[in-house]
Write a protein of this length. Structure first.
Lengths: 249, 235
């Protein structure tokens, strides 16, 4: 099959950026989308042109490195799928695809489709961890965890931090990411002592990074490759409300 | 290596509620619920117009005398008005702050962002709010202050209402505004559940459907009044 790609090319953070058109022939329907970019990059290198910069690592949908907006949808049109797991059979022959980086003030473009997601790292540093050294994995069942909480915490922990939630949000809000991280720890016994301060500090950091505010569109949940529910956002809000009531200033 | 990260020192002047975006959303949700309760009570009162001029005017008079002998005439009404005005101002202030933060959060936009999950109601919240505000200003000038009413008689609210809605463009604008209000309440109510963190199992499955049903009933109730004037049922 053949595809036409309009790829966002931006030489660096200071460059304005523009779309460049590439026609790629002999695409196998079994190729992943990233493999099409690999093939295109080989052709670009052979033509002594600058290859397209994009993030990728595990290519099995679990590392959170890859991500780009394809025809207005983060990670492309397939639900619960990272762009490395998106196969070309999803698209019709001759498809015209517009490829853009995540767009948010908090995720500045480094080059082409690569954005700086250090804001997520700083959010984790603000409270997305347990301060105490917990040692190695404890004996199973030594700390009882209700089945429902364990399942919910696992659902939240599925977040791979790819940033598609921010990319999909009409407000470029990081609420789903922060909600997933805060809920994953806040649901478990080990996370209880810092449950309140964690939420307060992560929310303050989220604002400081310049993410927008949640207006409950639900686009993050639709784009999330791990299908994390916006119910976790309600949970984050509830924890924040409790923290504010306890310490209004 | 465990690295401790010290949180930025909280500013002592403003409370957390007004400082963070989630705090502003909480403020918006609480004031929104207050305004929603007003919209419900206002509708229940206004439906008395179908009982005729005397009961409807008595209801309007009752709003001023309610609470007697503990409250002087109009005292409770003014307390309610102050609470409502405060809620409107805080609601708008929070909405403007949140909107500005969101606009700043994406300086370079997409060529196109394909909507998947969002609703028409969600996408029209901001402009819907502006339309509702403009409508409320006109509504007060028409039926409270009487400046925009063709034959305003203080105290005869039944007459004022009929005189205003007998003009079809006013009735049509009123009905359109109530559709906008219904959309605003639908997304606002379910958003308030989300923002206030109400999603425990008993409510979880009902939040969206319940909000839609309540919004529909409110719009239908309000639209029925100018419609009844237009078809001559209320005259």
């Amino acid at each position: 099959m053949k595809v036409t790609l309009h790829v966002w090319r931006q030489a660096g953070p200071a460059d304005r950026g523009r779309f460049a058109r590439y026609d790629v022939a002999d695409v196998s329907p079994d190729m992943s989308f990233l493999e099409v970019l690999d093939v295109l990059n080989q052709q670009l290198i052979a033509r002594r042109e600058e290859p397209i910069a994009f993030d990728h690592d595990c290519r099995e949908g679990i590392c959170g490195s890859c991500g780009m907006v394809i025809n207005g949808r983060p990670h492309g049109p397939e639900r619960a799928t990272t762009v490395c797991q998106l196969h070309m059979r999803t698209f019709p022959d001759g498809a015209e695809l517009w490829i853009e980086p995540w767009r948010a003030r908090a995720f500045p473009v480094i080059k082409d489709l690569v954005v700086d997601r250090a804001a997520f790292d700083r959010l984790i540093q603000a409270g997305g961890f347990i301060t105490a050294r917990t040692g190695s994995a404890p004996e199973a069942n030594s700390i009882p965890v209700p089945k429902r909480d364990a399942d919910l915490a696992m659902d939240a922990a599925a977040c791979i931090g790819c940033g598609a939630c921010v990319a999909a949000c009409p407000n470029a809000s990081a609420m789903l990411f922060v909600a997933a991280k805060a809920s994953h720890l806040g649901l478990l016994p080990q996370g209880q002592p810092e449950r309140s301060s964690r939420v307060v500090n992560m929310v303050a950091q989220m604002d400081a990074e310049g993410f927008g505010a949640c207006t409950n569109h639900g686009e993050c949940m639709a784009a999330c490759p791990k299908e994390i529910s916006i119910d976790f956002i309600a949970r984050l809000n509830r924890d924040y409300l409790k923290a504010v009531i306890r310490r209004p200033w | 290596m465990t690295q401790l990260v010290v949180a930025p020192a909280p500013s002592p002047v403003t409370p957390r509620l007004t400082r963070s975006l989630i705090g502003k959303k909480l403020l918006m949700a609480v004031t929104g619920v207050i305004l929603f309760l007003f919209v419900v009570l206002h509708l229940l009162g206004n439906l008395k117009v179908f009982e005729g001029p005397a009961p409807f005017n008595a209801y309007a008079e009752g709003l001023r005398t309610v609470g007697a002998p503990f409250f002087a005439r109009g005292q409770l009404l003014w307390i309610a008005r102050i609470v409502l005005l405060g809620s409107v101002l805080l609601h708008i202030w929070a909405a403007v702050a949140v909107t500005q933060a969101s606009w700043r959060a994406r300086p370079v936009g997409y060529r196109r962002l394909e909507p998947v999950e969002t609703t028409f109601a969600a996408r029209t919240m901001r402009w819907g709010g502006v339309i509702i505000f403009a409508y409320v200003v006109y509504h007060l000038l028409d039926l409270t202050f009487g400046r925009a009413n063709p034959s305003f008689v203080p105290g005869d609210v039944y007459h004022n209402l009929v005189a205003s809605f007998a003009r079809w463009p006013v009735a049509a604008a009123y009905m359109a505004a109530m559709v906008v209000l219904g959309l605003h309440i639908y997304h606002g109510l379910w958003s308030a559940f989300q923002t206030l963190g109400v999603n425990r199992p008993p409510t979880a499955g009902w939040r969206r459907g319940g909000a839609a049903l309540i919004a529909l009933l409110i719009t239908a109730g309000y639209v029925s009044i100018p419609a009844a004037v237009l078809v001559g049922m209320v005259r």
